[in-house]
Design a protein around this ligand. Structure first.
Ligand SMILES: [Ca+2]
Ligand SMILES: [Ca+2]
Length: 217
């Protein structure tokens, strides 16, 4: 057989919901959103009208995420040190060895170093974006990536899980968000005029973190 691209069900979330996907934690299909981070608002726009939005906020524990993805306990923690909690989506795709599934993702964090919240792809855990290091696209404090493609390659003929997740690290405060769509969306940088708010926002974020002590730090 010649390797071929596979298109998952509702790959672009244009039904406006998560039909075709399984999810755990805080996941929704959404239109354009603004994410308020320390330096202003990141404007995130889908391809088409909708995209999936996965947030670490009020997420499930990393062991529960392992079970959701069919991974051995501790797999996510092993790939993403100090992972605490987060969210995930997956679906099963069937094809031949070498067949591919390409989806697009973008990562935005409201958190800062040395917390290292991370967005990842699954089959095996592939850290895509994070705050500090250990991933393909480190974004820094309050940072964001643009939209990037990720291609899954089926390792053998049959049915395989593809999916994405996002986790807090170190504690369970200060959300990070992973967006998923079937094509490249648009991500607008924060307005410069909002940068003057950063000092106040930082103070507010610090207070919030103190009020949510879920950490071993
Ligand atoms: Ca879409
Ligand atoms: Ca966090």
């Amino acid at each position: 057989m010649v390797a071929a691209p596979i298109v998952p069900n509702n790959a672009g979330f244009e039904t406006g919901n998560l039909t075709g996907w399984q999810s755990i934690g805080q996941v929704s299909a959404t239109g354009p959103v603004n994410i308020l981070s320390g330096y202003g608002q990141w404007g995130v726009n889908p391809a088409g009208n909708y995209m999936a939005m996965l947030s670490t906020g009020w997420g499930v524990g990393h062991l529960e995420l392992d079970a959701f993805f069919g991974l051995a306990p501790g797999t996510i923690y092993g790939a993403i040190p100090d992972a605490t909690n987060g969210a995930g989506i997956l679906q099963s795709v069937t094809g031949n060895a070498g067949d591919t599934v390409t989806l697009y993702w973008a990562f935005v964090t409201t958190d800062f170093a040395d917390y290292n919240d991370t967005g990842f792809a699954v089959g095996s855990v592939v850290p895509l974006a994070c705050i500090v290091d250990g991933c393909q696209f480190p974004v820094g404090d309050f940072g964001a990536t643009g939209w990037h493609p990720f291609t899954f390659t089926l390792p053998s003929t049959g049915t395989h899980t593809i999916g994405f997740g996002v986790v807090n690290t170190g504690d369970e405060a200060m959300d990070s968000i992973l967006f998923v769509d079937d094509d490249r969306g648009h991500l607008a940088i924060p307005e410069p005029s909002t940068a003057v708010l950063a000092g106040g926002a930082l103070l507010a974020l610090g207070l919030l973190r103190l009020r949510r002590p879920a950490s071993t730090r």
